[in-house]
Design a protein around this ligand. Sequence first.
Ligand code: UDX
Length: 447
Amino acid sequence: MAVIAKQCPQIEVTVVDLNEARIASWNDADVNNIPVYEPGLSAVVAEARGRNLFFSTDVDKAIDDADMIFISVNTPTKTYGAGKGQAADLKWIELCARQIARVSKSDKIVVEKSTLPVRTASTLKDILHHTSNGDGVKFQILSNPEFLAEGTAVEDLLAPDRVLIGGDQDEAGQNAVQALVDVYANWVPRERILTTNVWSSELSKLTANAMLAQRVSSINALSELCEHTEADINEVARAIGADSRIGPKFLKASVGFGGSCFQKDILNLVYIARTYGLTEVADYWEQVIIMNDHQKRRFANKIIKRLYNTVNGKKIAFLGWAFKKDTNDTRESAAIYVADHLLFEQANIAVYDPKVPAQQVYTDLDYLATRSPDENSDYVKVVHDPYEACKDAHAIAVLTEWDEFKTYDWQRIYDNMLKPAHLFDGRNILDRNELEAIGFKVSAVGS
Ligand code: UDX
């Protein structure tokens, strides 16, 4: 929304949320205090805020004033009832729809921005049409899934590969589609704005994420084979990616994918396939998740094995906690699961991440509910200095590919560790030869 406001000064954008503290931080006089860390975002907010970008808790007024409403609420995996652990929880979507229906006094275009299971638009339509205050208010529902990746969000939004807009095929639906096309056309070349029916648009988001995650699981599956055959996954990936039909992106072997989208969307896809009785389709996609869980466990097991089969009481330094670099987001981060596994073996963990606050590390571990919050705070320490994290450690595990890790004084780190000093590069970002020359025992994923 901040990027739309930046690119379209003639459009007034109001972002509303019930959470007062959160809206207050979006309005913070110091634009560096906004709640999301994303390169370039504070500059975009600084440019548009107060001009045509506003943050408010007055939800009803914003609905009433708007011509177009983007629903951008959370759709987490259900933690209860039917579809528990797989289906998307649509509670917040439904509450939004009911509020829009209750408050609206004029026609609205309602845009699904949240990632939703295919055919959610019909639920929205039903609620909007049957709970509306009357007065002949008409609603058009569009699907406009977001393809930005965290860490590169502003870049991705300013120059997207494509914008996808799904709408009804009748005249009113097509007019609504055109209204949203006109917004994006302010800065996105017209040929990159794809229009489809609502169902194709909804399903495209889930399946684009599934295909990307599948590439990561495929390369990770091969990384295990490489570790047993003396092939090197980086060389294999380069050779595979040089085939123009395959392409080089998303072939980086790692400790496993994380983030708010991949796992959630694939589980949702699996659930939808099972609902239609498509067992083979469901099993096929589920394997992407199984492979990813395996990769995280395998990485933790390798640490234990290389540390002579016991990590009890040993200090292990974690460099990185976020699910990828350039974000403070930790949702589904591989680091959480690797830590959990090592804590079962009674390791001591020291975490350093340049952007993740200490409290978030504990919240993530407590959420697993595999041990008490007291135990988590006894065994896990979060520090603000990487050299302190590594001091007196038996091993270092690199869990996030932050660029700054490459610039450290690795000789100094090595000198302050217990020997033999191990390094487990879960992201394959450090120069193995240099580290081995210093004296480190290095294990990278897939080599
Ligand atoms: C993803 C999609 O890319 C984006 O289009 C969609 O809108 C939301 O979900 P995001 O979750 O922000 O974006 O990050 P992404 O860059 O896709 O990475 C996901 C995970 O896969 C990260 O943990 C990343 O480290 C991992 N990954 C990615 C790999 O392990 N290897 C790769 O080659 C690429």
